[in-house]
Every structure is written in structure tokens, then in C-alpha cells.
Design a protein around this ligand. Structure first.
Ligand code: 5GP
Ligand code: MN
Length: 336
């Protein structure tokens, strides 16, 4: 984002505006943390601000300040559409292309005559926003929101509430400060957030120590389902809809399970395939360590995308056939 862009956005925000802030579909900690962090920042300047999530956010993020005020587009299409139509400014956070909000909501966004501002750290940003702050060098959109607020000269408005939201996305997208994009700047940002009053042990506890018994049993099943392809240093996990049902799956229960496939010694690529009967798809998450680009892999083969070491995609084949296809692609790609 150029100095001119920042100046123009400052001008735009100099008088009260109607603002909608949108995370990607199936929002994670970074998507919810960044949208709510920006919301609490803008609210202090007398703007009328609404976070509109394409669909439900997971339970483990429900404690985020004002999460309950989030409008859920797919559950309240009429009112959400009305809000979007009224908005002077629409921020889109933590995604790079409009289809990431789902096809129906994307069609609604495409029709809006409003000013879009994108803040995002995924590869290959689409060109729909008037102002685009896109940088794959950041480990989280939350860290970008922190810098964005500073660029606007609003750092005195980063209070404990804003800081709590921003901290949450930095923690979840960095795997608790361990992924490669966790820089010294990230740690300086976090140090400042702690100075603003962030209760870091409490947040980690709320994020990671609130599992249901069912969720841990589902994790057990997932680990037992893990298969190894040592010739490709690859592991993968499957979870069928029947297994999800057996353990009373609720949204968020499978979060983080994919990472176990990389905790095996000598393995640098892993995937989890999760059946979703309602949507008629297999949702896939990919993770890698080192140079193997899972963003490209997801884009090339599974209508997805993401980052070099963390990406997602989907398949409309049945679960077993999706896995067969995955293995065939690996054989073709990794043997040459
Ligand atoms: P996760 O596997 O945790 O759902 O997502 C990992 C990363 O890939 C996140 O940054 C997420 O936004 C991105 N991602 C997940 N699924 C998709 C998808 O279907 N399409 C694209 N473009 N990105 C995805
Ligand atoms: Mn993110």
C-alpha cells in the first residue's frame, strides 16, 4: 500500500462512515481476530461498523470480544445484503479472491458500488479492491492490521480489546510462534500487544484448552486413520462424515489435526481429507515443511490455494477416490 493510498484512506475515515468487514468463509483465528480487531479500532472513531462472516465461525473463537455481534451472511441473507448495500466501505480481510466468501456472497459483493479495501497475506491477490494491502511476507493478517493501524496514525487506539483480537490471529496463524514467517517484528508487535494488556496465558487457554471429550476422541480416531507414504515423505488422514457424526462433530473440532501429520520424524508433506456430506465435497488441508509449495499443489489439483506451507482445497469425488487421486498425483509429481 502506497503513502498515497494511506493518505486517501485517512481522508475516507476522517468522517463517520458505514463500514462492513468480511472474513473468508469458514473463518479461522486470523480471519476472526483481524476482522474484530479492525472493528474495535474503527468503532472508537464513531463509524458504524459490522463484521459479516459468510458462514458460522467455530465455537473456540466465540469468546472474542463482540464475536456474538457478527452477522452470518448465509443465515441472514436479507439483512446482511442490506448492510452490504448501505456500506460506504467494505474491508475484506484474510483472503485474496472474492470466491473465498462462497459463490453466492461473492455475487452479492460483485454487484456493490462501494470502496473495497483488502488486507491479506495470501498468494496472488485478485484486483477487485480500490486499496490493496497484500503481502505474503506476513505470517498473519492480524499482524498486517496492526501495521495498518500504525500507518493510519491510530496506535493510541490499540487498546486491550483490539490487542486481544490481533494477538489471537498472530498466535493461530503462526502455530503459536513457530512457523517460518514468525519474524523479530512479529515478536516486537506481540511485545507491544502484551504492554497493551493482552492476557496471553488466558488466550492460549481459551484457544487450545477448551476441547470437548468428543473432540479428543475424534482426534484419536483421526490419528488411528493416519496413513504413511514414506517413499514420498508424506502422511495423510481421512475423516468420513460417519466418523464425524459418531463423535458429535461441531465446527472447529478438526482444527489443527492436520499438523500431526508433520510431527512425524522425516515427513515433510501431509494432508487431511474431511468428508462434508451437506456440501457434497471433501474439504482438504495441506501442510508442508521446507520448499514444497502446497499453495501451488492445491491450486493445480484441488481448486484451492493458500500459502507455501499451508493451503486448502476441495474435491467433489467420494472420499476414497479423492485419496486415490491424491496418491496418483504424488506418484506423478514426486517421481520426476
Ligand atoms: P486450512 O487448511 O487451515 O483450512 O487453510 C490453510 C490456508 O489455506 C489458509 O490460509 C486458508 O485461508 C487457505 N485455504 C484453505 N482452503 C482454501 C481453499 O479452498 N481455497 C483457497 N484459495 N485457499 C484456501
Ligand atoms: Mn491468515
Amino acid at each position: 500500500m502506497t503513502a498515497n493510498d494511506i493518505e486517501a484512506i485517512k481522508q475516507l475515515l476522517a468522517s463517520p462512515k458505514k463500514i462492513a468487514i468480511i472474513p473468508h468463509r469458514n473463518p479461522d483465528g486470523d480471519a476472526m481476530g483481524s476482522t474484530l480487531g479492525l472493528y474495535h479500532f474503527l468503532k472508537q472513531q464513531n463509524h458504524e461498523v459490522t463484521v459479516i462472516s459468510p458462514n458460522e465461525f467455530p465455537d473456540f473463537l466465540a469468546w472474542l470480544p463482540d464475536a456474538e455481534k457478527t452477522m452470518i451472511f448465509e443465515k441472514d441473507i436479507q439483512n446482511s445484503t442490506e448492510k452490504l448495500k448501505q456500506a460506504d466501505i467494505v474491508f475484506t480481510l484474510d483472503f485474496n479472491a472474492l470466491h473465498r466468501v462462497g459463490d453466492f456472497m461473492a455475487a452479492t459483493l460483485e454487484k456493490l458500488d462501494t470502496t473495497f479495501i483488502m488486507i491479506d497475506h495470501h498468494q496472488l491477490p485478485d484486483n477487485y479492491a480500490k486499496y490493496t494491502f497484500s503481502d505474503t511476507g506476513f505470517g498473519s493478517t492480524c499482524e498486517m492490521v496492526y501495521h495498518f493501524i500504525h500507518q493510519l496514525g491510530g496506535e493510541n487506539l490499540i487498546n486491550k480489546t483490539v490487542a486481544t483480537c490481533i494477538y489471537t490471529g498472530i498466535v493461530t496463524d503462526s502455530g503459536s510462534f513457530r512457523f517460518p514467517l514468525t519474524t523479530s517484528t512479529t515478536h516486537r508487535v506481540v511485545a507491544d500487544l502484551l504492554d497493551k494488556g493482552v492476557e496471553n496465558p488466558k488466550i492460549h487457554n481459551l484457544l487450545f484448552d477448551t476441547s470437548s471429550y468428543n473432540r479428543l476422541q475424534l482426534l484419536g480416531r483421526a490419528l488411528q486413520n493416519m496413513k504413511l507414504l514414506p517413499e514420498y515423505k508424506t502422511s495423510y488422514i481421512t475423516l468420513s462424515q460417519a466418523e464425524l457424526d459418531q463423535f458429535g462433530y461441531v465446527k472447529g473440532d478438526t482444527e489443527g489435526i492436520v499438523n500431526y501429520g508433520l510431527s512425524l520424524k522425516g515427513f515433510d508433506f501431509t494432508a487431511i481429507f474431511i468428508e462434508n456430506k451437506e456440501e457434497g465435497i471433501i474439504k482438504i488441508s495441506f501442510r508442508s515443511q521446507g520448499a514444497f509449495d502446497v499453495n501451488q499443489f492445491a491450486r493445480n489439483h484441488f481448486s484451492g490455494g493458500g500459502h507455501i506451507n499451508a493451503a486448502g482445497g476441495k474435491s467433489s469425488l467420494p472420499l476414497d477416490e479423492t485419496v486415490k487421486q491424491f496418491i496418483a498425483i504424488l506418484a506423478a509429481e514426486k517421481n520426476n
